[in-house]
Write a protein that binds this ligand. Structure first.
Ligand SMILES: C[S@@+](CC[C@H](N)C(=O)[O-])C[C@H]1O[C@@H](n2cnc3c(N)ncnc32)[C@H](O)[C@@H]1O
Length: 249
């Protein structure tokens, strides 16, 4: 999965809306905290600002390059959530809006997180939950079908609370808190609406398509999504979130 450079300017809401998650993490001065799927390091820096020592890990070299440039003096490395390893154990692993991109083998991700934590270490994260972007995805699938395209293989993993709690428990965690809630999110910086969302977050689905159909296909996605997601004030994404705090047994 490649993330393009528009990410921070056009989709800053991923970070802005997740802000209170750091309060749930409650980082303490001197703690060692790992930010998994750190992106450009917005949260890593916020956590470091509370006195913790932070390591940011992300699968995208472009994101890590940007994080290093934006936050001099902090440590960021490229690594895959499915199989990263660290030399010394951490007090907590934090993750915002990233675990749903690690759906190839969620148990492997949880096992890597567990191995990175000392016993009693915290795993605090937020990800897309079941039903996340259901209207957006329905519009995409319909448009793809209308254009005679094969049903796209969606790159996301949006578990139910029960599914993810079960994975966490099987993976050696005790779940202390698990929330599942709607978070309708204005696409403030996306004048192109649902189409812009697909361009950024569904880029891999557009990659193999004949170039001449991409724009009409995305226009059709907008037409189909508009009744549910376009308001007088602008486009609204139908986000559903899963947020949890778990402890390594
Ligand atoms: C929506 S961004 C969230 C970034 C950051 N946590 C934030 O809230 O601003 C998702 C991030 O997950 C990263 N990611 C996706 N798959 C990954 C994987 N398998 N391993 C590590 N990072 C991954 C992406 O590169 C991207 O930076």
């Amino acid at each position: 999965m490649r993330w393009n450079g528009r990410y921070d300017s056009s989709f800053g809401y991923v970070s802005a809306q997740g802000a209170p998650l750091v309060d749930l993490l409650d980082p303490r001065p001197g703690e060692r905290i790992l930010d998994l799927g750190c992106g450009t390091g917005v949260f890593s820096a916020e956590i470091a600002g509370r006195g913790a020592e932070v390591l940011g890990i992300d699968g995208s070299p472009a994101m890590i390059e940007k994080a290093i440039a934006l936050h001099p003096g902090m440590t960021f490395i490229v690594g895959d959530g499915h199989d990263f390893t660290v030399a010394d154990r951490y007090d907590a692993v934090f993750s915002n809006a990233a675990l749903h991109w690690m759906g190839r083998d969620p148990m492997a991700v949880i096992a890597s997180v567990r191995d990175a934590l000392q016993p009693g270490g915290r795993f605090v994260a937020e990800l897309g939950g079941a039903g996340n972007c259901a209207e957006l995805i329905a519009a995409m699938l319909t448009a793809w079908r209308e254009y005679g395209l094969r049903e796209p293989e969606l790159p996301w993993f949006f578990p139910t609370p029960a599914e993810y709690a079960t994975l966490l428990e099987k993976g050696g965690f005790a779940v202390r808190l698990l929330e599942y809630f709607d978070r309708p999110t204005p696409l403030d910086d996306s004048p192109g609406g649902a189409a812009d969302w697909v361009r950024v977050f569904g880029a891999s689905l557009l990659a193999g398509l004949p170039t001449e159909i991409v724009e009409p296909l995305l226009r059709r996605v907008n037409e189909l999504a508009a009744p549910a997601l376009r308001r007088e004030t602008g486009w609204m994404a139908d986000y559903v979130r899963l947020r949890f705090a778990a402890v390594r047994r």
